[in-house]
Design a protein around this ligand. Structure first.
Ligand SMILES: [Fe+2]
Ligand SMILES: [Fe+2]
Length: 333
């Protein structure tokens, strides 16, 4: 009994450990993360030279991507709710919202600078997007919490990253596959911007992965339940786009997104990054985590066994969703 009172792995102790980890993740992101400004993108001056080559389907998809990115205020609202009173989490989300705002601006410049859409058309489109509201509840069927927000974001960021990479390739082909003197592909104008957006989304995916791993480590049952909640019925952002029909038609014609691809290329790698081999394993681990003893923590990744403070009961999580209790080495005093 006395031991339990002294156990730092209470809700408060776990929270503190997670906040510390999130603050470190933010520090690294802030130091290494991308710092471009949409208005000053050098690709803007190249847009007119290439605009005649962009297909109408591609323009429709870029407009739809702009639409999805324009819902940033709703994601910001989610972020505010998910941060609660945690300073570290709020910092991460503030940076993230800034980055995402840059994306819609960059796409706006791509379409307008290239003459693919007029400013008036963009205004009207943006206004219509503003009539719908995205919510985390509608999207996932669950109330937002920091751990659910992070778990959901891994998949969404990964999917947008993949989307911009595919767009970059597609536009490169439409541009006539330009190369430099060595024969290596070059990505001017919109192709270049899509590459920058994809890199950003990759950074975001990494950040939310790290946060989820921190939850997994210090609060396994909570993290696994959150993953189960949001991946069970995962789908792309549920927003009403004014060009929904044309967008969908254009996307389908490219084969960029299909249900099977989402499972294979988005969800599966997400499970694997958390050390689980399948959706069934996530479910199994979530269920098994209910039976973990008080004070259970998870050794994440292959890193050598770290010294846990007193009261921690380290386990490793196996890829099939089972847990193995680790024999503790010398504990910290
Ligand atoms: Fe984005
Ligand atoms: Fe993102």
């Amino acid at each position: 009994m006395v031991h339990q009172v002294r156990n730092p792995w209470t809700a408060q102790g776990r929270n503190l450990a997670i906040q510390k980890a999130v603050a470190e993740i933010y520090g690294r992101y802030f130091q290494k993360g991308p710092r471009w400004i949409a208005k000053h993108l050098p690709q803007r001056t190249e847009m007119m030279d290439w605009s005649g080559r962009v297909s109408s389907e591609t323009a429709e998809i870029l407009l739809g991507d702009f639409g999805v990115e324009s819902f940033i205020e709703d994601y910001a609202q989610m972020a505010t709710l998910a941060s609660g009173d945690s300073h570290a989490t709020r910092q991460i989300y503030t940076q993230w919202v800034f980055d995402e705002t840059r994306h819609s601006k960059a796409l706006w410049y791509c379409l307008v600078d290239s003459g693919l859409r007029t400013q008036a058309e963009m205004d009207e489109y943006l206004y219509q997007c503003g009539q719908d509201i995205w919510t985390f509840e509608k999207q996932t069927g669950h109330e937002v919490t920091p751990e659910r927000g992070a778990a959901y974001a891994i998949a969404q960021e990964r999917q947008t990253k993949r989307n911009y990479r595919e767009m970059q390739k597609r536009i490169w082909v439409e541009y006539g596959q330009p190369t430099n003197a060595d024969g290596r592909p070059t990505y001017p104008a919109i192709a270049g911007v899509c590459g920058i957006l994809a890199a950003d989304e990759g950074f975001h995916e990494g950040v939310f992965r790290e946060i989820t791993r921190a939850y997994l480590k210090y609060w396994p049952d909570k993290a696994l339940q959150a993953m189960w909640d949001v991946y069970e019925r995962y789908r792309m952002p549920l927003v009403k786009l004014p060009n929904a029909e044309a967008f969908l038609e254009a996307v389908l014609s490219t084969g960029i997104d299909s249900g099977r691809q989402v499972v294979a290329e988005i969800l599966q790698p997400t499970y694997e990054a958390s050390g689980l081999k399948s959706r069934a394993a996530v479910r199994k681990a979530a269920k098994n985590s209910w039976d973990l003893p008080e004070g259970a923590v998870i050794q994440v990744g292959d890193k050598p066994f770290e010294e846990w403070s007193e009261g921690a009961i380290p386990h490793s999580m196996n890829s099939d969703g089972t847990f193995t209790r680790l024999v503790p080495t010398a504990s910290k005093t």
